[in-house]
Design a protein around this ligand. Structure first.
Ligand code: UTP
Length: 299
């Protein structure tokens, strides 16, 4: 019988250098996207897909992350005293979301290294990895499909997004073969941040994975790659070749809305897009935006 997948791992120990100085004393996963830290959207996505146990891999600024998912008695008491139930609900939104756990990465030796820090907690079960600075629109399904494919194919699953060939150098690119399902491909190879002419396809690996526990053994044998870091992509490449009987890798093609909050321009776009869709902000924001952008021609 197949075991239900319950665990999510969120690596949030990167240095976030593209966002300095905002990330000097705060992880980039805590940057607010409208009025919620990016990581809260990601935890909500995991919970919506049925994952109940969330392990966050933290770095030097772990306190902000841990505090965000914890109770804050003084603030709760003040709001309760004032009878401000709306704000009280906002405070409590992140508290009871999931069973939260934390592990330190120590040195930020790469995404692969961060994932390997989850080994003790995850044990011998498939698990999901969600990057804390990559947001998938809650209205578009991705993780649920990936979890189902993992069970169905008994393989590791990555999320793929078709990108402009001019942007493929920013991602891991996948070499793929078709399957009977137009939304699923078999991954035959992966190249980390290839030049446009070396990219095997325009399929970029984005920050959602459902991995078999064999990845831990593979990561332990993976030498530092690009940037001297232990790359998850390198371990997935070994698994895609299935040389060690690790089950292979499949890609679920995502055609929905994704926001990269680790990149400055994309972060700004994410805030505007998500705010424009909100009932409480959308109308006023769109009116102002239209007025504001109409001044651009004149400049
Ligand atoms: P990035 O490469 O986007 O993160 O890693 P970074 O290194 O923090 O970013 P910049 O380039 O300096 O701005 C992707 C994800 O992996 C995590 C990051 O927190 C991010 O969610 N990560 C990366 C770790 O947890 N540990 C690492 O050693 C590296």
């Amino acid at each position: 019988m197949t075991q239900r997948i319950t665990k999510a791992v969120i690596p949030a120990a990167g240095l976030g250098t593209r966002f300095l100085p905002a990330t000097k004393a705060m992880p980039k996963e805590m940057l607010p996207v409208v009025d919620k830290p990016a990581i809260q959207y990601v935890v909500e996505e995991a919970v919506a897909a049925g994952l109940t146990d969330v392990l966050v891999v933290t770095g030097r600024n772990k306190n902000a992350l841990e505090n965000h998912f914890d109770r804050v008695a003084e603030l709760e008491a003040t709001l309760a005293r004032k009878g401000d139930t709306v704000k009280l609900e906002k405070v409590n939104e992140s508290t009871g979301l999931a069973d939260m756990h934390y592990v330190r990465q120590g040195d930020p030796l790469g995404l692969g290294h961060a994932v390997s820090r989850a080994r003790m907690h995850v044990g011998d079960e498939p698990f999901a990895v969600l990057l804390g600075d990559d947001l998938i629109d809650a209205r578009d399904e991705l993780l649920t499909k990936m979890l189902a494919e993992q069970v169905e194919r008994d393989a590791s699953i990555v999320a793929l997004l078709e990108v402009d060939p001019d942007s493929i150098h920013l991602y891991g690119a996948a070499a793929v073969e078709a399957t009977g399902d137009p939304d699923v491909v078999r991954v035959t190879g992966l190249v980390e941040k290839p030049a446009k002419e070396d990219a095997p396809s325009n399929y970029a690996v984005i920050g959602r994975y459902v991995l078999k526990p064999e990845v831990f053994g593979v990561l332990a044998r993976t030498a530092p790659g690009k940037g001297g870091e232990i790359q998850l992509t390198d371990a997935l490449m070994t698994m895609a070749e299935d040389v060690e009987g690790t089950g292979g890798v499949y890609g679920v093609v995502f055609r929905g809305r994704r926001y990269d909050t680790g990149d400055k321009l994309d972060y700004i776009k994410a805030v505007i897009q998500l705010a424009a869709d909100r009932d409480d902000l959308g109308t006023d924001l769109k009116t102002w935006l239209a007025e504001y952008t109409s001044t651009f021609e004149a400049d």
